[in-house]
Design a protein around this ligand. Structure first.
Ligand SMILES: Nc1ncnc2c1ncn2[C@@H]1O[C@H](COP(=O)(O)OP(=O)(O)OP(=O)(O)O)[C@@H](O)[C@H]1O
Ligand SMILES: [Mg+2]
Length: 467
């Protein structure tokens, strides 16, 4: 919304209508008129007004009828009603039914302008809030999903495929592998993206509060319930409900959740009324739910409801080719914030990062880079900036990645070519990703019979030893 604020004036009395329109346009409002409720509704459907000013006493549709129609179709439209002096009861009725305000006749022009200005501001505030909320929800999270390994590319493809539908998705993977990030990516790419993504961590909510958190409660339903509270499931309506650590749900919690999934409706505690909720469920667990079922700690029928689609995010140690990409990504994120920007890793530092097993997965890698950047006083991060646990395992990389058939040389060749491909043939970047000098890369490519070395034009002076 921009430009002059616009108001629709509704009155079946032509003289009144003209007088109000005239008064409002004189102070700068854009004014449109309708001579009755029906015309008002059809005009409001076609144009965007910031507020409506309507007489109450009109036939066949009264101002209150008009108010009710607006409440249903355009609940945010502020409606100001005009009542005859003395009919305060109707005015109260109007406020109860959701009018923004009322003005008594004969109209005091100053009051009219003041009230309509406030009504318009109110509307714009709601609108601004919504825009902010939307911008917040749509901040580029999906863009920051990093990974080029075959396994992650499969995960990303699956994300794209399930985004369009409403099927429930179960995301499993070790701690820190990016389960929540994937859940958000599914939401952000779905038709539900303009609605909310509500996350609840099942292991953080005590059993006694679970029900009121999920379903809400009405006022006075239990000690401490001072106000009506909508549950999280209701808040997520139209959007996505993310159940994190679903494996930690108690058996009572599991039973309650199962009922919601079966019935598609919730009942606030203390209320007899069921409310339909339209949510897409995404659940995540760091623990293997099949194992929990075997141990009798998770309901099989609940698992079937949750895992229409199953996404498994592999631990970082099973996709070491993602490590340099992620490390560079986090370096760019944190390195820019420094006064002296931190721009790259030394080859040895990158080798150490790639060789480490990352029990805490991507989250741990992110923390290590963040910490290194925070402590560094130079542009290139070296092994001195890395924590001891990362360095200890340096060099023994080969025994932690899956050993593929073939010699070490063949493994090395695969890795080099994979990196070259992921860097789209850019050799400088490939060398950086591999933590080797460009000269070494050219020598290796030469040995593999890939490409022509072009040392004559791209002399590598940074590392003349070619180590
Ligand atoms: N593929 C990725 N690309 C970019 N950032 C990632 C990726 N995977 C994980 N991250 C980042 O790593 C951190 C951990 O991710 P997230 O919280 O989604 O993991 P999780 O599996 O839910 O972990 P936990 O089991 O501990 O809750 C986040 O800061 C996230 O942004
Ligand atoms: Mg998580």
């Amino acid at each position: 919304m921009s430009g002059s604020p616009s108001i629709l004036v509704v009155d079946d009395d032509e003289k009144n209508r003209e007088m109000l329109a005239e008064a409002l346009s004189q102070v700068g409002f854009e004014v449109d008129i309708a001579c009755g409720g029906a015309e008002a509704l059809s005009k409001a459907n076609e144009a965007t007004y910031d507020a409506v000013l309507s007489d109450i006493r009109m036939t066949p549709l009264s101002g209150l009828d008009l108010l009710n129609s607006f409440r249903k179709t355009m609940p945010e439209m502020p409606i100001v009603l005009l009542t005859a002096f003395g009919s305060v009861d109707t005015a109260i009725q109007a406020m109860k039914q959701g009018a923004y305000n009322y003005i008594t006749k004969p109209v005091n022009l100053e009051e009219l302008v003041f009230t309509m200005t406030r009504a318009v501001e109110h509307r714009r505030l709601i609108e601004d809030n919504r825009t902010l909320q939307r911008a917040f929800n749509e901040r580029p999270r999906t863009a920051s999903l990093i990974g080029q390994s075959k396994k992650m590319v499969e995960v990303f493809k699956l994300v794209g495929r399930v985004s369009r539908s409403r099927t429930s998705v179960l995301i499993q993977g070790e701690s820190g592998t990016g389960k929540e990030l994937i859940a958000r990516a599914i939401h952000d790419n779905s038709p539900r993206a303009t609605h909310r993504f509500v996350a609840v961590n099942c292991s953080a909510i005590p059993d006694s509060l679970l029900e009121s958190e999920l379903f809400g409660h009405i006022k006075g339903s239990f000690t401490g319930a001072h106000i009506l509270r909508r549950g999280l499931l209701e808040e997520a309506s139209g959007g996505t409900f993310f159940l994190d650590e679903v494996g930690d749900l108690s058996s009572a919690g599991q039973a309650k959740l199962l009922r919601v999934l079966q019935e598609g409706e919730v009942r606030r505690i203390g209320s007899n009324e069921s409310i339909q909720v339209d949510v897409r469920i995404i659940a995540a667990s760091r623990r293997n739910l099949a194992d929990l079922i075997e141990a009798g700690r998770f309901r099989e029928d609940l698992l079937y409801r949750l895992n229409t689609v199953n996404i498994f995010i592999p631990p970082l140690r099973e996709r070491p080719e993602d490590i340099p990409l992620l490390a560079e990504f986090f370096l760019a994120r944190y390195g820019d914030e420094k006064e002296v920007p931190v721009t790259s890793f030394s080859p040895a530092a990158m080798r150490a990062l790639t060789g480490y097993a990352w029990p805490g997965n991507v989250r741990e890698l992110e923390h290590v880079v963040e910490r290194a950047v925070a402590l560094a006083s130079h542009a290139i991060l070296s092994t001195d900036d890395l924590p001891p646990e990362v360095l200890q395992t340096n060099g023994s990389h080969a025994d932690r990645i899956e050993i593929l058939p073939g010699t070490l040389k063949a493994l090395q060749r695969d890795q080099v070519l994979k990196m070259l491909e992921s860097a789209q043939g850019n050799k400088e970047r490939t060398a950086r990703l591999l933590g080797i000098s460009r000269r070494t890369l050219y020598r290796l490519l030469d040995r593999y019979g890939v490409g022509k070395t072009r040392l004559s034009t791209e002399a590598d002076v940074s590392d003349p030893t070619g180590s």
